[in-house]
Design a binder for this molecule. Structure first.
Ligand code: NAD
Length: 394
């Protein structure tokens, strides 16, 4: 079939296998070019390994430290007539590259929130790898089934306390207009914490600890975004921010539980990226379109692989990690730079439909978005007949 992007609203419902593979290769090449990470990890478990920050974590561990990686993701395989999800193709490509480089890689495609998946991971570790020295928690999910009660919780992206009205860019119609998002109910806040908070991270570490699969000095990280004034009402100080606060609580509890093996847990603050999730958050597409422009002008724009390289070298595997007063690792300082934020804030009120392409880098936003699904990638022939099936399944 000829595979062209099928974008519906802010969702792209298909993906291109060769485009995804080319993206993975570009990230691997970047990591290799940085050279080995001194003191890097050896055996790594990545929860949410197939796209975004989790994929970049896996690549950085494998190709920057020669680590064995076990990944967990939740991705749709292809059929004869339908493409797989991008994360499936990314993972297939990662496996092909890892195999060629002689690196151990195994991926479990299942629901990381379930007890069955935890048991499967434990069995796989016992069989192939043994103890892990790094556990990356990079899940981003809209819902979670509680493994004990079976109840399904859905997360929401809403402000807390009062409705919030803000300028928004509809990435489909390119209309710029005010949107109002209603305030979350107490129940919605609690459900969002249940999905995106620290409970499941704690369950994973407990399961691995009980199975004696955490090495002495094991580290674990979970990812968060803090942002600044423009995004606080819908992110930092909103339902998702509450869930992320719960990660801080969990990090402390996990660190305490790992004291006897000299282990440590850190929430790690990363920069805003164009992602399927951020495309769905009001305010974010416009914020990112402006941010990309400002950061590109400064030469400080980073993608997931650059962020992860710095997380490894400046936080995880260094004697002087970049920590904040909450004991969180920080690599978001270029985005939060005062000068950058002031310029974004100055552009924000001026943007209209007429000057969108002049005042913002909406083209950059769009190409980052399509690239998530393997489209618009240099060197890929999008007019060529392409099978949605891939050689490396997992
Ligand atoms: P993403 O959507 O690209 O990746 C999510 C991963 O989780 C995928 O591998 C997916 O397969 C997996 N996943 C989802 N549900 C699952 C389930 N039930 N079982 C197993 N795997 C499942 O997300 P991302 O943007 O890379 O975000 C990862 C983390 O980083 C999140 O905690 C997010 O809040 C945080 N973060 C994101 C940004 C951003 O701008 N994207 C910024 C800072 C921090």
């Amino acid at each position: 079939m000829i595979i062209k992007p099928k974008v519906r609203g802010f969702i792209c419902i298909n993906a291109h296998p060769q485009g995804c593979a080319a993206n993975v290769k570009t990230q691997i090449d970047f990591t290799k070019a940085q050279g080995p990470v001194s003191g890097g990890p050896k055996n790594v478990l990545v929860l949410g390994c197939s796209t975004g920050y989790g994929l970049a974590s896996r690549i950085t561990a494998a190709f920057g430290s020669n680590a064995k990686t076990l990944g967990v993701c939740f991705e749709k395989p292809p059929t004869e007539t339908k493409t797989a999800s991008a994360g499936y193709y990314n993972t297939a490509a990662f496996h092909a590259e890892a195999e060629a480089a002689g690196l151990y890689a195994h991926t479990i495609n299942g629901d990381a929130f379930s007890t069955a998946c935890k048991e499967q991971v434990i069995a796989q570790l016992q069989k192939d790898i043994g103890k892990v020295d790094l556990v990356v928690y990079s899940l981003a999910a809209p819902r979670r089934t509680d493994p004990v009660t079976g109840e399904v919780y859905s997360s929401v992206l809403k402000p807390i306390g009062a409705p919030y009205t803000a300028k928004n860019l509809n990435t489909d119609s390119l209309k710029v207009s005010d949107v109002t998002v209603e305030a979350a109910s107490e129940e919605e806040i609690a459900a969002t914490v249940k999905v995106m908070g620290g409970e499941d991270w704690e369950l994973w570490i407990k399961a691995l600890r009980d199975a004696d699969l955490l090495a002495e000095g094991c580290q674990t990280v979970a990812y968060t975004y803090l942002g600044d004034k423009l995004t606080w009402p819908i992110y930092g100080h909103a339902t998702i921010g509450k869930a992320k606060e719960d990660l801080d609580r969990a990090a402390k509890a996990i660190s305490a539980s790992l004291a006897t093996i000299k282990g440590d847990a850190h929430v790690s603050v990363l920069k805003a990226l164009v992602s399927q999730a951020s495309a769905a958050i009001p305010v974010m597409p416009l914020y990112l379109s402006i941010l990309i422009k400002v950061m590109k002008e400064d030469g400080s724009n980073e993608g997931p692989i650059e962020q992860l390289q710095r997380l490894f070298t400046e936080c995880l595997y260094t004697d002087a990690p970049r920590l904040d007063d909450m004991n969180r690792f920080r690599v978001d300082e270029k985005e939060l730079d005062r000068g950058v934020q002031e310029r974004v804030e100055a552009i924000w009120p001026q943007v209209t439909e007429e000057n969108l392409f002049e005042l913002t880098d909406f083209n950059g936003y769009k190409s980052d978005f399509l690239s998530l699904f393997g489209f618009g990638v240099e060197g890929v022939d999008y007019d060529a007949e392409t099978s949605p099936l891939v050689a490396h399944n997992f």
